[in-house]
Ligand binder design. Structure first.
Ligand code: CP3
Length: 355
């Protein structure tokens, strides 16, 4: 199989690169004035997600502005529960609202496993539009939420602080939660395979809420369903290239070895894990992505540069590092600071003999 030439794809496959690639979780979004202008044009966030032309425009905004090494599809993890039949809206300032929360086995039974080329066809159209607009400048990353993370929104009915309803379900009615997770495994596997068929060149599974689970509960109720998805993915794209799979589970650094055995190519880490030790623990089985604390972007440009150097030095002169924040960029981030961050990664990691 031919080796990819893009440094992001090469790093995902632990191949040598000229320098460390960088992209940023939630890189298209509210901290960019040009994003707010396009969202206004679309009317609201969900309408923007469903408009392939405008969603493609905002996908490219951070690429044009900062020269990042990968683009990520502009969409949201919650379009899958919506396509399964749950009403979805985004109240201003309140976060997402899922209209008919899942509380019983009957609620799970009523969920459909969507045909991604029907209920989620607008995402497939967006992927095609972005690939044309990118013209192979950088690779396009597709994504989905993990079954556990999607289930938290579906059971709680929105964002949650203490996850009381889904935790109650986990301990008292584990068979209901398991039925929901099984249905999500099918939906997410079909959805990511459709994204791959339509042209995404890597995929990331976001397990934003894996870290709220106990040790054994994470393995049983989150990692297990992610492993099933990884096993069901078509790892070769329509152009014959390998499609790397990234698992990002926030607050789950303790489970790195288990995640590395999932069959994924890259494990994404947040900033609570020591990156140098993580590389040793991964033992060459996977590449690593991360892991600058997003709050470093509130610091001075000089301090940001020092912290970038610290992350790069911690990983060291080895292949298989994708620079990223340890979680999504904050809406009140100053875009100038991001420009400084990208420049620092480019400068400090350039010409490492090994990469
Ligand atoms: O990374 C990117 O630039 C691609 C787009 C993207 C969005 N959401 C756009 C978005 C991606 C990859 C996501 C993933 C996502 N969505 C996650 C997992 C990653 C993470 O950050 O933990 C989660 C948990 C969601 C669910 C979600 N979407 C919530 C809880 C909210 C409301 C809170 C918030 O951040 O606003 C959203 C809305 C959302 N998704 C926005 C954007 C740009 C803001 C909507 C707006 O413009 O008002």
């Amino acid at each position: 199989m031919p080796e990819p030439h893009h440094r992001f794809l090469r790093a995902c496959l632990s191949l040598p690169t000229d320098r460390v690639p960088i992209w940023i979780m939630r890189q298209a979004g509210r901290y960019l004035p040009e994003y707010l202008a396009v969202r206004k044009q679309a009317g609201d966030f969900l309408s923007l997600c469903k408009n392939p032309e405008l969603a493609s425009q905002v996908t490219l905004q951070p690429i044009d502005r900062f020269g990042l090494d990968a683009a990520i599809l502009f969409s949201d993890i919650l379009v899958v529960p919506e396509a399964m039949g749950m009403g979805l809206s985004f109240g201003t300032g309140e976060g997402p609202i899922l209209e008919h929360p899942i509380r019983s086995a009957g609620d799970v039974d009523r969920l459909i496993v969507p045909d991604p080329t029907r209920e989620l066809d607008y995402v497939m159209q967006t992927i095609r539009t972005i690939r044309t607009a990118l013209a192979d400048r950088v690779p396009l990353i597709g994504f989905s939420g993990s079954p556990w993370t999607l289930a938290t929104y579906m059971v709680e009915g929105g964002s949650s602080k203490n996850f009381s309803r889904i935790k109650g379900m986990l301990y008292d009615r584990p068979e209901v939660l398991q039925a929901l997770l099984d249905r999500l495994v099918s939906a997410v596997t079909d959805y990511l395979n459709a994204q791959i068929r339509h042209g995404v060149q890597a995929v990331q599974i976001f397990d934003t809420w894996g870290g709220v689970l106990g040790h054994d509960e994470f393995l049983k109720f989150s990692l297990e369903s992610m492993c099933q998805i990884v096993a069901g993915l078509d790892r070769i794209g329509p152009d014959g290239a390998r499609v790397p799979v990234i698992l990002f589970a926030k607050g789950c650094g303790a489970h790195l070895e288990r995640m590395a055995e999932s069959g994924c190519d890259v494990v994404g880490l947040d900033w609570t894990t020591a990156l140098g030790q993580a590389r040793v623990r991964a033992a060459g089985r996977v590449a690593l992505q991360g892991n600058l604390d997003p709050s470093v972007l509130y610091a001075s440009p000089e301090r940001i540069r020092r912290e970038v150097e610290r992350v790069l030095t911690a990983y060291g002169a080895h292949p298989g590092h994708v620079f990223n924040l340890g979680h999504g960029i904050a809406p009140d981030c100053d875009p100038q600071k991001v420009a400084g961050l990208v420049a620092a990664v480019q400068e400090f990691s350039f010409g490492g003999a090994h990469r």
